[in-house]
Design a protein around this ligand. Structure first.
Ligand SMILES: [Zn+2]
Ligand SMILES: [Zn+2]
Length: 353
């Protein structure tokens, strides 16, 4: 078995008060508990949730101070005595769900994201914006050797989330799915997972640049919400017989697309909500929802099996995530770009810099 020299101190990004900033400083390296592993995080993706956590935007308190990050990919360097299915030297990923009780009625049926005792990486427990991070062994993602740790990092939150949403939609190969916000980071992954699952996609977003990238990623149609005269009619017209898509995946962070989706989804179709516009509400006409038998549901990250499936698609090379790498010390500048809405693609931090 491999052995590793583990330092007592490490570099980390620490949020010391709500509203930030995140401070690059040295902190002690933790020791794993009996059911935990210590992962030498090599790369961590930066997700919008990390910014929300720092700013205190959500109605759920973070630990304080805390280390953010929940898309960490690295190497297992230590483990507790109860951990049997992971060896030192294995590649593993830290995801949003750091751990759960495994005993409640949600955990028992593989709905562990709903566990009332869930531990959330970079939120209620320290996350992956540090060189060495702790996770519950039962919940870490098993990353196959040969998969690049920088490229896979964004799959650990964004990839799992959109893949799970597509599964929850119930859409079958050959059917049509509209992806709202298809030109963004989550959207570009959703388009690729959908294609790999044999689905036809209608990409909905704004602008020529996004049109080109969505077409590149295999979208059958592109509807530009900024220029269309009638979005609902245009989405329906893009599907066979003009009946609308079998499912809609809502990745948008504005409220309006959430109201429109029930108008163009096919009868018997399913609307999946994933994006989290601040203070938004769903509003759908009861009459149409009943007589057209529409299902509206939420989808939230994924369970351990969803995680392994999402990673498997990635390992097979059918999903490709464009990313830029910066040092962990430069995390603050990534947050600044996020605040200004200037992020194109995904940012990954290298914890060694
Ligand atoms: Zn995330
Ligand atoms: Zn539980």
């Amino acid at each position: 078995m491999a052995t590793f020299d583990i330092p007592t101190e490490q570099w980390a990004q620490v949020v010391e008060k709500t509203g930030g900033p995140s401070v690059y400083k040295k902190i002690p390296v933790q020791k794993p508990g009996p059911d935990e592993v210590l992962i030498n995080v090599k790369y961590s993706g930066v997700c919008h949730t990390d910014l929300h956590a720092m700013m205190g935007d959500w109605p759920l308190d973070t630990k304080m101070p805390f280390v953010g990050g929940h898309e960490g990919a690295g190497v297992v360097v230590a483990k507790g005595e109860l951990v049997k299915d992971i060896e030192l030297g294995d590649h593993a990923g830290i995801k949003w769900l750091n751990g759960s009780c495994l005993a409640c009625s949600f955990c028992m049926q593989a709905d562990e994201p709903l566990c009332p005792h869930a531990l959330l990486s970079g939120y209620t427990v320290d996350g992956s914006f540090q060189e060495y991070a702790i996770a519950k062994a039962a919940h870490v993602a098993h990353i196959p050797k040969g998969v690049e740790l920088d490229a896979v990092a964004p799959v650990l939150c964004a990839g799992i989330t959109v893949y799970k949403g597509l599964k929850e939609s119930g859409a079958r190969p050959g059917q049509w799915v509209a992806i709202v916000g298809a030109g963004g980071g989550l959207g570009s992954m959703a388009l690729q997972y959908a294609r790999a699952m044999g689905l036809n996609t209608i990409a909905i977003d704004g602008g020529e640049e996004k049109a080109a990238s969505c077409k590149n990623l295999g979208a059958s149609a592109y509807v530009d919400f900024m220029t269309t005269k009638d979005l609902v009619a245009e989405v329906k017209a893009a599907t066979p017989e003009g009946l609308g898509p079998h499912a809609v995946i809502l990745l948008a962070v504005q409220e309006k697309p959430f109201q429109q989706a029930t108008e163009y989804v096919r009868s018997r179709g399913t609307v999946i909500c994933i994006g989290l516009p601040a203070k938004a509400y769903l509003k759908a006409p009861v009459f149409d929802t009943v007589v057209r038998m529409i299902t509206i549901k939420g989808s939230y990250v994924g369970n351990r099996q969803d995680t392994q499936e999402a990673l498997d698609f990635f390992a097979r090379g059918v999903v490709n995530v464009p990313f830029k790498t910066v040092g962990l010390s430069e995390l603050g500048s990534v947050f600044d770009m996020m605040k200004d809405g200037k992020i194109v693609g995904r940012y990954v931090v290298d914890t060694s810099k």
